[in-house]
Design a protein around this ligand. Structure first.
Ligand SMILES: NC(=O)c1ccc[n+]([C@@H]2O[C@H](COP(=O)([O-])OP(=O)(O)OC[C@H]3O[C@@H](n4cnc5c(N)ncnc54)[C@H](OP(=O)(O)O)[C@@H]3O)[C@@H](O)[C@H]2O)c1
Length: 241
């Protein structure tokens, strides 16, 4: 088993995931750049390496069982363990997503990626995480996944969102279940809200940089052993469920 601290970031070829990979590499991790498209993956790996990062490409489509199984086998063969898993990959499903007019196929695709994809990847990586002395799982959620904020008319909770926002609430609920199941282990599981970040996900309308958005994930990925589990954080502190 390698001595290095190993991290895997899903959807790391661009946006916030890319900056999470860069930030974890800057903190001494050898980082698996999980990405489904070979060209985009290799371009990100080359760019990160050019900046001095210790990274390796991991072919990974979170909606594909065989791809996820192969990704776990790759890390097992290469490193024998995993210290940090950041479930970052997600899609919005496009807009508009009003109740009564959102295509069920869109809702299915969003849940398949943003929720079942996280379950698929997490379950495949758990045996590797259990071999780490300080394993961490970070699920990249969103403020729109907060039912408290969505239901508060005083809060700007974004547009009607029948697929994306509920997928993040579902992800939050899943995060709690993993934390509950793993409470007697060393594995800490938390959800993070990056804020409104300028990326392809929102046509670069966000007001934060991907680097700023990555900060919460990096913090949750490097929590001390007595750190929290089963919570939802943003830079300013705990986000209400
Ligand atoms: N941007 C924001 O304001 C914001 C706010 C709250 C939460 N978030 C969350 O932060 C995370 C990162 O978002 P972002 O803004 O950086 O989005 P982004 O720039 O659109 O990047 C999304 C990443 O996910 C990947 N991906 C999508 N489906 C995938 C699949 N089936 N398998 C593997 N990878 C897949 C994409 O890969 P391809 O390049 O191949 O498509 C891309 O690398 C997401 O979980 C998002 O929900 C973002």
């Amino acid at each position: 088993m390698s001595e290095n601290r190993i991290a895997l970031v899903t959807g790391a070829n661009k946006g916030i995931g890319y900056e999470i990979a860069a930030g974890l590499a800057a903190r001494g991790f050898s980082v698996g750049v999980g990405a489904r498209d070979e060209q985009r993956r290799e371009a990100a790996v080359a760019k990160l390496r050019a900046g001095g990062a210790d990274v390796f490409g991991v072919p990974l489509d979170v909606t594909d069982d065989a791809s996820v199984t192969a990704a776990a086998a790759l890390i097992d063969a290469r490193n024998g363990h995993l210290d940090v898993l950041v479930n970052n990959a997600a899609i919005t499903g496009g807009w508009v997503q009003a109740p009564a007019s959102t295509d069920l196929a869109v809702m299915r695709e969003v849940v398949e990626t943003n929720v079942l994809g996280v379950v698929r990847v997490t379950d495949a990586m758990l045996p590797l995480l259990r071999r780490s002395p300080s394993p961490r799982i970070v699920n990249m959620s969103s403020e729109v996944g907060s039912l408290t904020r969505q239901s508060d008319p005083r809060h700007d909770s974004g547009p009607l969102s029948m697929a994306y926002a509920p997928s993040k609430s579902f992800l939050n609920a899943i995060t709690i279940q993993y934390a509950k199941a793993l409470r007697d282990t060393r594995i800490l599981v938390n959800a993070g809200n990056p804020g409104f970040v300028a990326t392809d996900l929102n046509g670069h309308r966000g007001h934060r940089t991907p680097e700023q958005g990555a900060a919460v994930a990096i913090r949750l990925a490097t929590l001390p052993d007595d750190g929290p589990t089963g919570s939802f954080f943003e830079d300013a502190g705990v986000v209400p469920w």
